[in-house]
Design a protein. Sequence first.
Length: 495
Amino acid sequence: MWSEDTDQLLRNEKEPPANLPQHRLLNHQSKRTGIIVFIAGLLLIILAASYPAKRISSTAEIHIPGTKYSPGRPSAEDHYLQIILPTRLNTTESCKTLLTGAVLNYPSPWVVNWQEKHGEQGNVVDPTLAKLESIFNLLKNKSPKHENDTAVVLANPNTWFQLRPEVLLSRYWDLQHDQAKSLKKKYDDTTLRMGSIKPKVLITAQNACQSMQSEGSGCIAFQAPDKSPRYISHSLLIGKYSDLRIVYRHAVARARAAIAANEAIDEHSIFAHLYSQQESHRRSLPKRAAVDKELDHDHETYRKDFGLYADFSGSLSYTASANSLSDEATWVHHDPLKGASKNSLPKDISSSPPPFWTIFGSNHKWSSRPWTSVPFLMNKSVNKIPVLIQRAADADPSFASVWYEKLWFHPHGRELLDHFAFTFYVPSAILKDKWRGDKEMRFWPPVFAKPGFETDDNKFQKWANKKGEGICGKDVVDSEMIFLDGRGEWVDPRP
């Protein structure tokens, strides 16, 4: 009954592969293979549920809401969600980021390690250029089958996930559709078509300028819909692989040109320049669209419109910096038992899988707790609970510990990481596309192995093995700063 594919999948759960062999998932269309993979997943769930590790509750029942989160494989209509994290490995902070994503069922991220990059002549490359080139090379070197994957670029490595991927994706689409409607009001159909104007890549906009360049395009204020000033930030970008590649191609070109002209640069000023350049180009289009036929092209090298649109709402991320107001962010509860309104928690949060929900169930004492029972960081200036919490390089250093200790999953991060490790290959997010008749959309992790990081050279770096040795292991990071439970390093609980 067992095929070679089944044996390999079971071996992969014990020793994760470098990445998920998507050609196997997408090209093996026989019903027999699908049944075998499904049976293997069920057996693995049974194995995990019965495994006598102390950190997995022996009384917890396997909880699968229907069949949509059951182990399986992506269909031709499904999607992949990619997380790209330019950071240095072997650090406590990178492992904090990984844990906050794992407890919420985000995919294992691709890590772009860009520090100390050298050019052809051995000279050290400007760090801003090195970072942009490294992200661009990852996007450029991916297989064409990834062109339509949705990718989240956490350009600010000091990032913690606060809400589930379903919330991130739904807000991303809401902002995209709002921008599309705004563009249709601003431009006629001919201008939109000839200028290739579409909302494609979301970029963050913050209350405070984060560029180190106080003059020039680095700190140009753009007007938000509420007339308040906002500043473009390279902390977060979201879009399709193909669209992100175009943006980073031009970001690299801009950085190289600035360096050649002996201009001081940083990543925020580069993207502020691109956004400003795009807006200037758009303002010129109504006068030119009827006669300028050369606009009607879509070659990425000569693109004048990058499809950039800013998140002025603050719904996706909040970045603390030295320029942030002291009372701009606060920690809030939405528990009706503590006086909060029953309707005060945003619906997209309350309708997402509960905070401590896992496929295997969890400790019965807290697994059924709703989102109203846990704390959130809220951006008071826009009255939003952001999906991501980010810290700028100049932010108060105490935030790294004080804010982290307040994240909702403490002190249960270790057990949630156990469950994440045991979980078979399931979607990272399932949500309905309200713009297309509530069609169900499933987003799968591109990397099967977990927990850990996939490097840009396609090598998987595990959090730790059964001896506690790994990229976030006992000899690398301070486990107490990550788990806050006094129990030392995380040890892989899988047999």
